[in-house]
Design a protein around this ligand. Sequence first.
Ligand code: SF4
Length: 498
Amino acid sequence: MQQILGLVEKPARYLGNEWNAIHKDHAGRVTIALAFPDVYEIAMSHFGLQILYHVANQREDTVAERVYAPWIDMERQMREHGLPLFALESQCPVREFDLLGFTLQYEMSYSNIINMLDLAQIPLLAKDRGREHPLVMAGGPCAYNPEPLADFLDFVVLGEAEEALTEIIDVCAKAKAEGLDRANTLLALSRVPGVYVPAFYEVQYHDDGTIAKVKPLVDVPDIVYKRVLADLRPEFYPTAPVVPFLGTVHDRLMLEIFRGCTRGCRFCQAGMIYRPVRERKREDLVQLAQAALAATGHNEISLMSLSTMDHSDLSALLDELLGQLGCDHIKLSLPSLRADSFSVEQAKKVQQSRRGGLTLAPEAGSQRLRDVINKQVTEDDLLRAVANAQAEGWQSVKLYFMLGLPTETEADLAGIFDLAKKASPLFGAGWQAIKSDSQCRRLCSQALDPLSVGTPSFHVFTGREAALPAEFVLDRSQAQTQLPWCRAQLLGGHFLAG
Ligand code: SF4
């Protein structure tokens, strides 16, 4: 290991021992490797895994460690030296743990899961694993459709895992004490609400690939319902999250202020699966923030949720946080803004000194398409927000749009241009100049790359609407030749003051 670390870029990705990392003896405990199937900088930015790490390690009888996908240089070295995938805290091979749990955040990571299993020297298919291998589980937003990975997983947790994880650990601790074999442990796990064991079901498909029937093969529930945490209790919040050694994508404290979203945008998976809305109380949030800041030394807090501006007590929360934490030292940030003047008013409070860029998300260029996706933002809302932002001193405004929405037409795409054309003079601005043809082509191909379009969220439209008109399925070369110059500018979508 020592030799290898000298040969790879960013060895700190593999060292463990970060501030607040938890080290426990494995003997006599249920051992869990919590896996994020992506590189350290992305994995360490994921709040959900920090929650589960905290929940599992709160138990005296359990040790939870982290394992992330190694970068390609490290993977090459590990394979050359026969070094199996290991957990960061103990550096033990993950194949020696009782449980290996993957979080499924995006489908693009699925091939990394297979690669990590291979690197861990664990049989890829669940049916080929024996008593000596960990139970491979998965959860997270993509677990709502577990079938694409069903052959590789021993079990899947549907819904929010805070409570389910403790019940799973209870079952595993008992199974371990009683020496239960793999099949009987899985049978016991299938009794935990929210746990789906693919091997115990037969899935029948229609000719078009959609599921016709899911049939239990043994005495397990006919339907597995998702777990929902009724109350975001403070004890589930990780007040001492692990602080990374190196810069990560989100290098700040994450304060989840509520879960769920009332808006119901029809393209948004998160808005559907995290229902209903559950808010944390203001006084709890202030206490949690104080504790977490003291435990980490972070100087920035991101007020995290699906739609932060919708917290019913946001204004008072901002006042209290700014008052109690001292805005000279601690910066607050808001991840996403609704395109209306209320958002700008709140954002003004947060960004009292430095007002750089503000991001608004109208998502679609025409009111028709915004209505189709149930994005309750009007053109007036957006233009007012842009004008307010300009008046309040923001340096730039960025607008987010999605291409390829169901029922989209050329008129909707042209609407993006029209909207931006109306918005930019309000900002006293022109378009950010695109300097060259190559920059135009780059923006165009990036935005229309079939892999990048639609990756952040997948739509939940049903029936006929789901079919995207063939003329909008463009490949890169078509996109570059067919889309006019002005639209490429819009894909950049960024206009500056002055
Ligand atoms: S896109 Fe945003 S506002 Fe709409 S449902 Fe999803 S999280 Fe809520």
